[in-house]
Design a protein around this ligand. Structure first.
Ligand SMILES: [Zn+2]
Length: 535
């Protein structure tokens, strides 16, 4: 093989490997979730190409790819390359390989029920590949050529998919997705410290992801159900709704509805990375700062702060500060394209008996985004609860959403291979966070007039995937202790209006909150089959 052919083939094989990382992350919908494709995706892909091309050239030059004399190393590397090519083909077709597992296991769309199917597919698929490749040794040279060409094809496809992205997506603005804008003191409205002035108002709005009413406040604590004394105490102190419904079944649609106050009828992404909401009453609206509760804050969007994950909050609400938003994928670090299999690997290993003892926390932190998000959110939480100048602090916490790797370590529990038990463990951590929140805000109550809202973006979906269930909704005017129960059906999509009415001084006490809901319409939650709508 000539030197140029060798390097040409090596670049193709390195691209093929890197494609398993970049292909699923580039595309129309992905441009919303990863607004800085340059630093989040292309930068780690380039590092993988730079490091893997010489390795692929060396691997071929040393004869490992020569079918007639290659040993097991050649066979395994080739099998991994073929496997990557297959994964890449699925991504190229806009189809996650995980869907195969869902289809095979009878469309039971939960991670727990597909666990063994997925594991079986990987082990079975790789074994079949290794055996096949062993018997096809004479054709390895031709096979490598095909794989290398596929690598170039996937790279070209990615470049085509990048064309519609706005130029700002390629700016390498430091490394790391949580584009926290620096606090600018000048834009802060001065808060007078005069003793006689009324206390400045603030809303702390906490969304616990997937916090279910029937699994928490709606049932008495028992051996199967963790008691949540702090959440229950908070519900007794504040106004607690016993029949609150989220705007939609999933985080994707529910959070934009909560933050805009629009009753959602569908959503869509454009190729510039914007999300559009079809609303029942306001036509089609962009999910953007100007249309949101932040855009309508009496002191301007600069007086908002966000700590969250999943949605790219800091790109959608650029004026808020501080803003920290963690993506739910491994992106932006130099090694992410090299170790794209780290997350599925650890997701599989966590179910092995005793994995809590032999899998170190840093491995979870590095490869399991939900673990890292929990850890980073909990670390930042005290700081966000202590912000004094921001009028609205929105906090979206990835608990009690499973997995429970983080809470198991934080609570010193052994690993369980059961999603339901994982959920209960996460509830225990949620209760501790409620305690921390209440204690922090109580200390601040003499300096500020604070309304705390604790709710969820949707119910526990595993228990009820097709029928909407209640979610907790508690509003506590910090310092008040005489709570009440709001037992009429409410749509939490109106929460943004309540936030604004409190900040504008139209609500002064908890006693006014029940009547405030009196004239608000009820909307049933949007279900997934209605999410996508055609333009
Ligand atoms: Zn959610």
């Amino acid at each position: 093989m000539s030197a140029s052919a060798l390097w040409g083939s090596a670049i193709g094989l390195a691209s093929l490997y890197a494609s398993a990382f970049y292909l699923p992350l580039i595309g129309i919908e992905a441009s919303y979730w990863l607004p800085q494709v340059g630093s989040q995706v292309l930068y780690p892909s380039a590092i993988a190409l730079l490091l893997l091309t010489p390795a692929a050239a060396w691997w071929q030059r040393c004869g490992y790819a020569d079918g007639e004399r290659a040993g097991p190393l050649g066979l395994i590397v080739l099998a991994v390359l073929c496997w990557t090519a297959i994964l890449g083909a699925f991504s190229a077709a806009g189809f996650a390989a995980l869907n195969i597992a869902l289809i095979v296991s009878g469309a039971a769309a939960s991670i727990e029920t597909t666990r063994w199917v997925r594991l079986g597919l990987v082990v079975g698929g790789l074994s079949a590949l290794i055996v096949t490749l062993h018997y096809l040794r004479l054709y390895w040279r031709a096979l490598l050529r095909v794989l290398s060409i596929l690598g170039y094809t996937y790279a070209a496809l990615a470049l085509i998919r990048l064309i519609p992205y706005p130029r700002s997506a390629f700016a390498i603005q430091g490394v790391g997705p949580s584009a926290a804008s620096a606090p600018t003191a000048a834009t802060n409205s001065p808060v007078t410290a005069a003793v006689s002035a009324p206390l400045s108002r603030q809303v702390i709005w906490i969304i616990f992801d997937e916090l279910d009413y029937n699994q928490t406040l709606g049932q008495p604590a028992g051996p199967q159900d963790p008691s949540m004394p702090n959440l229950e105490q908070l519900a007794r102190s504040g106004v607690s709704a016993s029949a609150a419904y989220s705007p939609a079944r999933d985080t994707e649609a529910s959070i934009p509805a909560l933050l805009t106050g629009f009753w959602p009828a569908g959503l869509k992404y454009d190729d510039r990375g914007d999300m559009w909401l079809k609303t029942r009453t306001e036509g089609i609206q962009r999910f953007a700062q100007s249309e949101s509760a932040f855009g309508r804050l009496p002191q301007g969007p600069e007086s908002g702060a966000i700590l969250g994950y999943f949605h790219p909050y800091c790109a959608i609400f650029p004026a808020t500060h501080p803003c920290e938003a963690f993506p739910e994928v491994n992106v932006g670090r130099w090694f992410d394209a090299l170790t794209f299999f780290g997350q599925p690997a650890i997701a599989t290993a966590r179910w092995l008996p005793g994995s809590g003892h032999f899998l170190p926390g840093w491995l979870f932190r590095t490869f399991e985004p939900m673990y890292r998000i929990s850890e980073d959110t909990l670390r930042a939480l005290p700081r966000f609860l202590s912000l004094e100048k921001q009028s609205l602090v929105f906090i979206h916490i990835n608990l009690p959403h499973t997995p429970a790797d983080y809470s198991q370590r934080a609570l010193h529990l052994d690993t369980v291979a059961n999603d339901r038990e994982s959920y209960r463990r996460n509830l225990r951590l949620v209760d501790q966070l409620v305690a921390l929140t209440v204690a922090t805000l109580q200390r601040r109550a003499s300096q500020q007039n604070i309304l705390l809202i604790v709710s969820a973006d949707h119910w526990y979906r595993m228990d009820s995937p097709t029928v909407a269930q209640h979610i907790p909704w508690i509003a506590w005017h910090v310092g008040e202790s005489h709570g009440s129960v709001l037992d009429t059906r409410i749509s939490t999509v109106h929460t943004a209006d309540l936030v604004l009415d409190f900040l504008r001084g139209r609500i002064d006490s908890q006693a006014q909150i029940g009547p405030w809901w009196g004239d608000k319409s009820f909307y049933p939650p949007l279900m997934p089959h209605n999410y996508r709508y055609p333009f």
